[in-house]
Structure formats: C-alpha cells, structure tokens
Design a binder for this molecule. Structure first.
Ligand SMILES: CCCCCCCCCCCCC[C@@H](O)CC(=O)SCCNC(=O)CCNC(=O)[C@H](O)C(C)(C)COP(=O)(O)OP(=O)(O)OC[C@H]1O[C@@H](n2cnc3c(N)ncnc32)[C@H](O)[C@@H]1OP(=O)(O)O
Length: 359
C-alpha cells in the first residue's frame, strides 16, 4: 500500500497547537512527539482514497511531549501543549510551509483575538469560582460585610489616632509626648477592646489564619494599654506612651484598608506591599517601646503595691506584681519571635503567590 501525506490544518492559542488531519475512519493510529518533532501514521480514507497516511512536523518552539488526539468519523484532532505560553509566527521550524499544511480557518484566531478569548475564559473561570464559593457558603456575603465594617471602624479609629498625634507633634513638638494618653486613650481603648474580635474571627472561621498570633498580638497590646498605662496614673504622663501608640497606629492605617479591600476581592499592590513590609521595622520597635513601658512601671508597682499577690502569713506579706512583669518581659520577646516568624511566612506566601500568578 502506498504511504501518502494527508491534508493537515492547524491553528494556535498562546498555550496550545491544534492540528486537524483529514482522514476519515482512521485506524492503527501512531501519533507522538520526539525531540520536538510530531510523527503521525494512520490508515483511513484521505485525499488519495483508502491508504496509509503519514507526516512529520518539527515545531518552531519547544512543545510538551504529551499529545492528545481524538478521531471522529471525518478527521483526527490533535492537541499539543506549548512549553511556553507565547504566540508563534509560524508552526514549523522550517521557514517554507510544507505543501500538506494549511491554516484551519474553523479555529484560526490572530494573536489579539486569542488574547481576548483567553481573558474571557479567565473571567468565566473567576465567575464560576466565585459562584461555587457562594454556593458553598451562602453566608459569605454577610461574613464579608461584617468584616468590612469591622475593618472600616478600626481604620477610622486608628486614622484619627495617627492624624491627631501627628498634628499635635507638629504643633506642640515634644510637649505632645506628655499628654498623649489623655488625648488618645478613649479612642485607643475602644479600638483595642474591639480588636478582641481578631481572636474570635479565626476561631469561628471568619478569616483563615492562626489564632495564636492574633491572641499574642491583641492580648499583648491590651496588657500594656489596660494594665501598665490604664492602672498606673504615673505611667500615663510618660513619653513612652506616645511612642507605643504611634508605632501601633503606623501599621494599622495600612493593615485595615488592606483587609477592607480583601473583603471586596480587590488588591492595591502598594497597599499590599506596605501591609506586608512596614511591620519589619515597626514590630521590634513596638515591642521595644512596650518593654521600656513595662520596665518603667516596675518601681511604681513596687512602691504602690498595686496588683501585688497576697501571700500566706507564714511566707510573707505579698508578692509584688513587678515579679510578674519581669516574667512578662521574657514572654514579650517570645511573642515577638512567634509573630515575627508568622508575619514573615505570611509575607513570603503572599509575594510567592503573586510571583506565581505573574508567570
Ligand atoms: C496577658 C496575656 C499576655 C499574652 C502574651 C503576650 C505576649 C506579648 C508579645 C508581644 C505583643 C505584641 C506587641 C505588639 O503590640 C507590637 C506592635 O504591634 S508594634 C506595631 C507593628 N505591629 C504589627 O505590624 C502587627 C500588626 N498586626 C498583625 O499583623 C496581626 O495582628 C497578626 C495577628 C500579627 C497577623 O495577622 P494575620 O495572622 O491575620 O495575617 P494576615 O494579615 O496575613 O491575614 C491572614 C489572612 O486573613 C485575612 N484577614 C485577617 N484579618 C482580617 C480582617 N480583619 N478582615 C479581613 N480579612 C482578614 C487576610 O486578608 C489574609 O487573607 P489571605 O490569606 O487570603 O491573604
């Protein structure tokens, strides 16, 4: 039996090559890619009647070795995946087009149309994913709405704190250090009491993150705010209050808008970068400022005996709270290590995911 060449029609997309081989009732098909060359062999009814047909094509650029093919009554459809999602100027390595090869005008798109088709496919996939997410969780809208409002309130609170402290710093200079607590504490107390929600959110599944980092963060801050500053009036006039409050607010004016955008599936690259980068200097500085506050409060707790722990008469009168504070200083730096590592992981995950999406 003569070995003949069939009519072959081709089209491309950014990621695939489509070939349509005009052989009807094809049998004994042998189709494969070796060293970037497609080899085709098969029996059937083609341009020269019932015969064995074969052809080879060396592709212009690297393709994946796996070949998908499907025979119908009238033809054999072959799909080959490109190694790189790029547009090719032609199909074959050789410049001169083989005589048996022609464009498949049923599937032919030029580069811009193919890009548009790709975008439409991606939008359709995103829509399906969003719909399936909503179908999976009918309360998703309510949860996102609640989180959005929570973040908005925190953003407004911390923005007020940051702007208020900045304006007072410019107007009063160092004098603003001494009455920061009495100017800011009400709003700070409100924001930090509300921040307890950030321990509950991961527990009830409102956000996908660890409970421990949030517990350390919120409880660590509230210990400083409500115990060290809140109970000791002598601490409320110290400049360390200014530095602690300012360092806390500097991250929150970026973190909460970042979360607000996340609630509406939106992202601003600069805000993401700020949210996952400025904590690097701010976190150690914040813990350092808090440690200074704890150390400054120790002699006051010794003197006032506030929160001292009464001891049985046999042992002595009472255990000064300053011993607890000395232990707390160690816990603070453990908490700093845990949360620093957690935030570093979050940062790497976020920027690694973005890099993967960009490729
Ligand atoms: C008396 C008891 C004492 C207990 C021990 C105390 C030890 C004390 C140790 C030190 C205390 C803390 C000191 C602290 O005050 C120092 C400072 O704050 S200094 C200023 C700088 N600070 C910071 O930068 C920290 C800011 N805070 C945080 O980043 C978070 O609180 C933290 C828990 C540390 C990390 O947040 P999270 O784990 O949530 O990571 P992500 O932000 O990446 O979020 C993960 C995903 O969840 C989504 N998410 C989270 N929250 C929300 C929200 N409110 N709304 C919507 N979405 C949210 C987020 O979008 C991420 O989603 P995805 O994974 O899809 O990207």
């Amino acid at each position: 039996m003569q070995v003949l060449t069939p009519h072959v029609y081709w089209a491309q997309r950014h990621g695939e090559i489509y070939l349509r081989v005009e052989i009807s009732d094809a049998q004994s098909l042998s189709i494969g890619v070796e060293e970037n060359i497609l080899h085709f062999k098969g029996q059937g009814h083609g341009a020269k009647g019932e015969n064995e047909y074969e052809f080879s094509l060396e592709f212009l650029k690297p393709v994946k070795p796996e070949v998908k093919h499907k025979s119908t009554q009238r033809q054999v459809n072959i799909t080959v995946k490109k190694q790189e999602h790029v547009w090719w100027d032609r199909l074959t390595k050789q410049e001169k087009k083989p005589l048996f090869l022609a464009p498949d005008f049923d599937r032919w798109l030029d580069e811009s149309d193919a890009e548009m088709e790709l975008r439409e496919k991606e939008e359709k996939m995103n829509k399906i994913n969003t719909e399936s997410r909503v179908r999976k969780d009918p309360f998703l809208g309510l949860k996102k709405g609640f989180l959005f409002m929570y973040n908005l309130v925190q953003f407004l609170g911390y923005s007020w704190i940051f702007v208020n402290m900045t304006v007072r710093l410019f107007i009063l200079g160092e004098d603003s250090f001494y009455d920061t607590f009495h100017t800011i504490a009400e709003v700070m107390n409100f924001c930090q009491m509300l921040a307890v929600m950030e321990i509950i959110n991961p527990v009830v599944g409102l956000v996908k993150t660890g409970v421990m980092p949030a517990f350390i963060q919120v409880m660590g801050r509230n210990f400083i705010l409500f115990v060290i500053f809140g109970i000791l009036e002598d601490m409320q006039y110290k400049p360390v209050v200014f530095f602690v409050f300012y360092l806390w607010s500097m991250i929150e004016i970026f973190r909460y808008p970042f979360y607000m955008l996340a609630c509406i599936d939106t992202e601003w690259k600069l805000l993401t970068w700020l949210r996952y980068t400025i904590w690097i200097p701010l976190y150690p500085l914040g813990v350092l400022a808090e440690a200074v506050a704890v150390i400054q409060s120790i002699p006051i707790f010794d003197e006032t005996k506030l929160l001292s722990i009464p001891l049985p008469k046999a042992i002595g009168t009472s255990l000064s709270f300053s011993y607890i504070l000395q232990l707390y200083l160690v816990i603070m730096f453990l908490g700093l290590f845990i949360n620093f590592r957690h935030l570093f992981k979050q940062r790497s995950r976020r920027f690694r995911t973005k890099k993967r999406k960009a490729n």
